[in-house]
Design a protein. Structure first.
Ligand SMILES: [Fe+2]
Length: 345
């Protein structure tokens, strides 16, 4: 297996390829290095089949969407990933075939809800779940230190000790470690109970990264052309969350709020379907179309998307424009479907 890190920086992007078939995959590409990746793949005579983000990144813009436009490669992410244009959603235990390579998907959420690790050929790409001598922070929206601990213990630390660990970030100049080394000496997790880990992660006191607004919400929505001014974290946290059962009860009682779905056109008709009576206004055009909703300024509005992330952004945008009673469908169409509630397709 060909395996090379391509950034030579703190963010790691890996090119993996099957040397027999010349089929290749990029893991966690950066937007600004898209040209480099295509050049390196071409230099080695590889054809890119897949672009995998191990999670929705908060510190850099993903290169997956540009690269998917520029090549025939398909974007792959975990099924809870909020962004549109993910061609293949994966979940724990799935296998991604690239030539002769069999890349096994391991669910490792907690840094984000959509975190995966990828195990192949004696290596494991751990995203920001497990870092060398550390772990990814769990204090971003949707983060969960307990879930992160479980993923590390149950999915990663059960791999053979000599498995090489290749994380999405390294801030200390490390390049490689093994599961055995991390089990024995990772200061965040070695010898710590789940409760101790949760306590440790709650008290790290880290500042938020500089580019979190520009990077995280751009990656969540695949809107990365600076056309949209994203709300800040305070505005996002102020949005009221409506559960699927609460919304369904109101619809059944004949007391439905206005329902606005902010996904893309093709998602509205995909396998998750959409809420009966909902109106589609994609997030990218919502600010321009908000004037059409003027008659709803004093009414209740519930915003809907795939996982409840883009719709929270949409709810904060409408709130900022003077809409008074806006809430978000918690968990989006994923939770709505999991609850077995009615959809139109
Ligand atoms: Fe991350």
């Amino acid at each position: 297996m060909f395996c090379r890190e391509l950034n030579r920086g703190k963010c790691k992007t890996y090119l993996l390829a099957c040397e027999r078939t010349r089929r290749a995959v990029l893991i966690d590409p950066l937007k600004e290095n898209s040209g480099r990746y295509i050049a390196v793949a071409a230099y080695h005579g590889f054809r890119l089949d897949y672009l995998i983000d191990t999670h929705t990144h908060a510190d850099h813009r993903s290169g997956t969407f540009d690269l998917a436009d520029l090549t025939d490669a398909k974007v792959v992410m975990e099924r809870h990933a909020p962004a549109p244009h993910v061609a293949l959603h994966v979940t724990n235990g799935d296998v991604i075939e690239v030539g002769d390579l069999r890349i096994k998907v391991l669910s490792t959420p907690g840094h984000t809800p959509d975190g995966i690790s990828l195990a192949v050929d004696g290596r494991v790409f751990t995203g920001d779940a497990l870092l060398i001598g550390g772990t990814g922070r769990a204090d971003f929206p949707g983060g969960d230190a307990g879930q992160q601990y479980d993923g590390i213990m149950n999915a990663l630390f059960t791999l053979p000790d000599d498995t090489v660990v290749l994380p999405a970030h390294d801030y200390r100049g490390n390049h490689s470690s093994t599961i055995g080394i991390e089990k024995a000496s990772n200061p965040r997790v070695a010898g710590h109970t789940r409760a101790q880990y949760i306590d440790l992660m709650a008290n790290l006191g880290l500042a938020l990264p500089d580019k979190i607004q520009e990077a995280l919400q751009a990656n969540q929505s695949a809107i990365d052309d600076d056309s949209l001014k994203f709300p800040d974290l305070t505005q996002l946290n102020a949005i009221r969350q409506t559960s699927p059962s609460e919304l369904n009860a109101r619809i059944k009682a004949g007391n439905a709020p206005a329902i606005i779905d902010v996904r893309e056109q093709d998602e509205y008709k995909d396998e998750l379907g959409h809420l009966p009576g909902s109106r589609l206004i994609p997030l990218r055009v919502l600010p321009a179309k908000a004037a059409e909703l003027d008659n709803l300024k004093g009414s209740e509005i519930v915003l809907v998307c795939r996982s409840g992330v883009r719709s929270t952004t949409a709810a904060a945008i409408l709130t900022g424009l003077g809409f008074e009673h806006v809430s978000n469908l918690k968990g989006g169409m994923l939770e709505w479907n999991e609850a077995g509630l009615p959809v139109d397709r």
